[in-house]
Design a protein around this ligand. Structure first.
Ligand code: ZN
Length: 332
């Protein structure tokens, strides 16, 4: 039996225009808003037929209303359609224009309140990587940055003596701030790392210059942008530490989700990120977490694919390698 989820699963990679009115009708879907639960189901279950585009493509020639459909999907909180814009066309306004009039931030004022409201989006935007595994109510971007900030405060003494802790904490707090408009673009989204960086940099200019530029002479805005840029450039020891903490936080969350789902989901493809941790102090923490992960899977007597020997896991590893290999060269 052909199910709506078989089409919708490929939303992130195949144009949404592959849906047809007649097909929707055949599935008993009468209104566009009725599609949202099916989209959610599809993204959450990520069932095997959806990994092949073959089932969706036969419908691609039909005429429909792709923008309306895409908007509906976006409203469901699952698909950030602006990610799909061609390189160079995305601007902060692309997203801001989709907000209701009462939520549009007012730029160039002496008050930081519009900026404060924009930060709410970090609380409501989920980290995307987990969705493919059915974790739709997972951590937000600010959840991730909060724990990173605290981990940063636990900087071991061997590093602490040669590092500016305050700068590290600032970097942890702001490094993913641009995602409030850009969204959490992951290696599977097909957006080039250079384009992702361009979008994030433009967003930080919008936040720090247009929203904060006239607030107390723009000092706080400059400070936030400077901390964000230092993390991006990845040239200082402080930024190397925070990059490592970023990966460490992901590994912690990976193991926590595996445990809270009692071994029903296997997130081992993310473990690969651990191998990119550079500083021995953070690597040591991470090894402890991975040991704990191993012991957990053994204790529940289930097989864990941490070996990543499947074709799919290998493909993901290559994708992540390609993605993370664009990080600036680190100087030790
Ligand atoms: Zn991060």
């Amino acid at each position: 039996m052909f199910r709506p989820s078989h089409i919708f699963c490929s939303l992130t990679t195949v144009t949404i225009a592959s849906l047809t009115h007649s097909l929707l009708k055949a599935q008993g879907i009468k209104t566009l808003s009725a599609m949202a639960p099916h989209i959610e189901e599809a993204v959450q279950t990520n069932t095997p037929p959806c990994k092949s585009f073959g089932r969706a493509i036969p419908y691609a020639h039909q005429s429909i209303h792709p923008l309306t459909l895409t908007y509906t999907a976006s409203q469901s909180g699952i698909l950030n359609h602006t990610n799909k814009l061609p390189d160079g066309q995305w601007t902060p306004q692309t997203v801001l224009h989709t907000l209701p009039p009462h939520s549009q931030p007012r730029a160039n004022t002496s008050s930081p309140v519009a900026f404060f409201h924009m930060l709410e989006r970090l609380k409501t935007t989920k980290r995307e990587g987990w969705r493919r595994f059915g974790i739709s109510q997972g951590e937000s971007i600010s959840d991730h940055m909060y724990r990173m900030s605290i981990i940063t405060m636990l900087c071991p003494s061997s590093l602490r003596s040669r590092i500016d802790m305050n700068q590290c904490i600032k970097m942890a707090l702001v490094h993913d701030m641009a995602e409030l408009l850009v969204g959490d673009i992951t290696p599977v989204d097909g957006v080039l790392k250079s384009e992702k960086s361009r979008r994030e940099s433009t967003t930080m200019d919008f936040l720090c210059q247009e929203l904060l530029g006239d607030v107390d002479g723009g000092e706080a805005g400059r400070e936030i942008k400077q901390a964000w840029q230092e993390y991006e450039d990845s040239e200082t020891l402080e930024s190397h530490f925070v990059h490592d903490v970023d990966k460490m936080e992901l590994v912690l969350q990976m193991v926590e989700y595996e445990k809270s789902h009692e071994g029903r989901i296997d997130l081992s493809e993310f473990a690969h990120v651990a191998s990119r941790i550079v500083l021995p102090e953070v690597r040591q923490w991470c090894e402890q977490v991975l040991e704990d992960q191993k012991a957990y899977w053994k204790s529940i007597d289930k097989k864990h694919s941490a070996s990543q020997n499947g074709k799919e896991a290998q493909g993901m590893k290559e994708m992540q390698d390609e993605y993370y290999s664009h990080e600036p060269e680190r100087k030790q």
